[in-house]
Structures are given as C-alpha cells and as structure tokens.
Design a protein around this ligand. Sequence first.
Ligand code: NAI
Length: 519
Amino acid sequence: TRIFIARDAAALAVGADRVAGRLAQEAAARGLDLTIVRTGSRGLHWLEPLVEVETPEGRIAYGPVTPADVVPLLDAGLLGAERPAAGHHPLFLGPTEEIPFLKTQTRLTFARCGIVDPLSLDDYRAHGGLAGLTRAAAMPPEAIVEAVTLSGLRGRGGAGFPTGIKWKTVLDCPDARKYIVCNADEGDSGTFADRMIMEGDPFVVIEGMAIAGLATGATKGFVYIRSEYPHAIDTMTRAVGIARRAGMLGTSVLGQGRSFDIEIRTGAGAYVCGEETALLNSLEGKRGVVRAKPPLPAHKGLFGQPTVINNVISLASVPIILDKGPEHYRDFGMGRSRGTIPIQIAGNARQTGLYEVAFGLTLGEIVDTVAGGTATGRPVKAVQVGGPLGAYFPRALFDTPFDYEAFAAAGGLIGHAGITVFDDTADMLKQARFAMEFCAVESCGKCTPCRIGSTRGVEVVDRIGRGIEPEKNLALLTDLCNTMKFGSLCALGGFTPYPVMSAVTHFPDDFVAAPVVEA
Ligand code: NAI
C-alpha cells in the first residue's frame, strides 16, 4: 500500500516528518508492506499533517495526524488496509478529492501539487508534465508568445501586467544575450503559493522558464529564492539537476537544438528584493536597492540585457497554456482577469490554505464559505487582501468579485492573492501603524517619500492614537499617504498607503482615541 505524506514546509512545521518516521518504524516492526511517498502539500493547511492512503477507489485522507495517532490508526487497520473501513475514526476525512475545500477548486497550475513525488520526472510526465514544452519546442518564438498573449495570463506577482506583452517586448529586442528571471522572493506575509509549487511541483516552474526561454531567445535563467525558503531552495536545486540530466535543460532542450539552462540564487532576507529592479541588483551582486524605471527590465534588465522577470506562479501557469491551448485557459475567469488564481487564506480563518479557482468568486464567498469564517468563531471585522501592502476590506465590500479591476475600483488590489482574516478584536489603528512601521523597516532608502514618510507615518498614527489634535493629524496622515503613493520609486512606499488609508476610511471608530481621564 502506498501512503502519501507531504514534505512541504507547512506540513513539516506541524510535524509531518515525525508522523512519517513513526509510521515507517511501526510498519517495519509489524512487517507491513507500506511505501511512504513524500509529496508536496494539497494546500489544506488546517488538516496537516495529512496522511493519505491509496485505495482502489482513490486516496483516503486522515488528518491532522500526530505521531501518537499512528499506532491507533494501524491497530484499527486503517493505514495498511486495501479498503479502510469508512467513517469510524475521528481523523477520517473520506476520499481526499471529495473534501469540499479541494473539490470546489479548479486546479490548473497546482494540478499535480500534493499528488506527485516532486522530484520524480516520471511522475511529472505521467501526470501531463512536459507536454507544454514539447509543443513549444516545435513552435517558432512568435507563436509561443502569441499563445501566452491569447491566454490572457497576467503577472501573478501582484501587478497583473499581461505576460504575453512582456515576453513580446523581450522577443523584439535584437540583443544576442537575454535572460529569464523567476522572482521567487515571495515576501508578502500570509502568502505561500510560490513556495508550495516550488516544493510540490518544481518541474512545472522549470518547464515554464524553459518555454519563456524558447519564446524570447533567452538562453539563461535565474531563480531568485528568498533565504527563508530552505526547502524550496533544496527542491528547486535538485530538480534543476534532474532536468539537466534528462535533457529538459541544457544545450539542446528536449533534443530540439535550442539551448536553455537555469541557475538557483538565494536572497538574503530583504523584502524589497522582491521588487524586480532591486532583485536584479541583488542578482548582480550589488546592494538590493530599487532602480528608477524606465528603462524597464524588459529592455535593460539583468546585466543591462533584455530580461523577462516573472513571478513563480506566472511561469508555472505557462506549461498548461501551451499544452491545452490558450482558449482553454482563457475560458476561466471574468472580465480582463482570465484563468485561475491561487488564493492563499491565512490569519484568523477556520480553514486556511491554498485555494486555486477561476477569477470571479466574491470576497464574501471566499471568507465565509471557503475559509469558513474565523478560527475564533467571532465575527469577521476585516480582511487584508494582497499582502502587507494591500487594503483592508470591511464586510460592506464583501460582494467585490476577485478580479484585478473590481478590486482596484474598490480601492484595493489583488496583489499576490494572499488574504488575511481578522476578527472583531482587531484594532485597525494598530494595523495602520504596523503598515508604516513595516515600510520603515523594509525601505531600501533610495527615495525620500518611502524612507522618511514611513517613519513620520508611525509618529502621526501614534499621535492620533493618543488623541493629540486628531483632525489635524488625520489630515496630515492623508497628505503623507498621497505623497508616498505618488512620489515613491516603487510599490513598497507607493502601496503602504493602501492598508493605512483603507483602515482610516472603513474603520473610523478605531481612529478615535479613548477620552483621557484627568486625575
Ligand atoms: P508595475 O506595474 O510597475 O510592473 C509590473 C510588471 O510589468 C513589471 O515587471 C514591469 O517591468 C512590467 N512592465 C510594465 N510596463 C511594461 C511594458 N510596457 N512592457 C513590458 N513590461 C512592462 O508593478 P511592480 O512594481 O512590478 O509590482 C507591484 C506589485 O507587486 C504590487 O501590485 C504588489 O501587489 C506586488 N507585490 C508582491 C509581493 C510578493 O511577495 N509577491 C510583495 C510586494 C509587492
């Protein structure tokens, strides 16, 4: 019998290794014929460590499993059995694919994540891998770019810029040397889609990068991974080695005569190095400081050469577009937001994890139905969408559909699609202060609005909190936010006003200081 247990960092953090170790030990002692396969995560984080048993009817899930549960599960005959007796064990979750959180998803990008052995290229092929690259290898570059453009894919790092147009810009550059850079500096708190796919299905990222290389004429790619992701760094490094030995990368990609290779690089812990120009500086061995744009990286990027710099998920979405055709991908979604988006649910939610779905679900459906409300059981007060630089949404805006334009119209952004849930005990003034403080800590220091504005911002919020000239200071905060929004060089200073001003606008009561009681 095959048993599947994730070796994704989120599963490891709650003891997946200990569960797998205990199971291996007990199975050996009992002479059971069990094979433990370590996979990526299914993304059902509140159920990790999830243990799945292969049966003729598909995989049956148990979770969350602790090492102490292993012996009782084996004693009940549940982990080695061909057909586990249904329903009687408290950890029994039924067929994995029938768990509503998973069943209601549309997994295009994450189709293999949690199912395959991440480092088995045979598994990858058996589950549809390499079909996109095989097609691309037989196409002229223009046709590959055209397919990506037609699919409607937009940058999943947060800005939503059309991927096909970015690739076309690089393809049209006459330079002999071009680069593909995969931005895996996933710094947004509460987001983990990049990490999950790198750990759970690394070959899809490699395949997407190789397709980008063939499409633009770039022969070298870099993956820039944040140092806080040691498991992703390890998995990606090993996967690149396997891909090279199998001819998926190298001087003749899939034996078709075109060359593409990848190098893995590690960041050093700066949030701003996720900003593309700071990332390029860091890759060049310089300090991670933002560059002024223009020139765009597509024209003058890494080492001054035309560079496609895309987020992990943007690149990982490309293989299925080439495989199934751009129409297949474009048919999902709404408006100008096409395809699927991996929503990452974190914070005070009952069901946390990754939920890949076509654009268009409302924020309320995501929070109330998919996430099942708060973990504390208290009413939802606010949801921050788009990481630490995203706006706070009150319940009054829960009918906003998950769509780039709809979120912008509501004064927010989708960003990298992380949502963090807060219950009614949250103090939104503290959250606004935190945004300014975060910006002050993480600012690269190159531009004044971000470097100084954030520090002044903390002070102004503190004065409001203490009830000092509240009207004057609220006006000052608004003015400061406008200066940061329109005067900063990059999105760090430019977007910090989103959490701050959305908190002020939607939760004004939290910005009224308690009256000071005179002694
Ligand atoms: P941007 O709008 O300046 O650029 C988006 C992308 O399009 C860039 O790669 C840019 O070079 C490219 N581009 C723009 N015009 C182009 C043209 N005419 N031709 C070719 N390429 C062109 O946005 P930026 O500053 O890159 O990203 C901001 C976003 O980053 C925010 O929306 C935020 O949500 C997100 N973000 C994501 C984080 C994460 O951890 N994933 C962390 C922090 C912010």
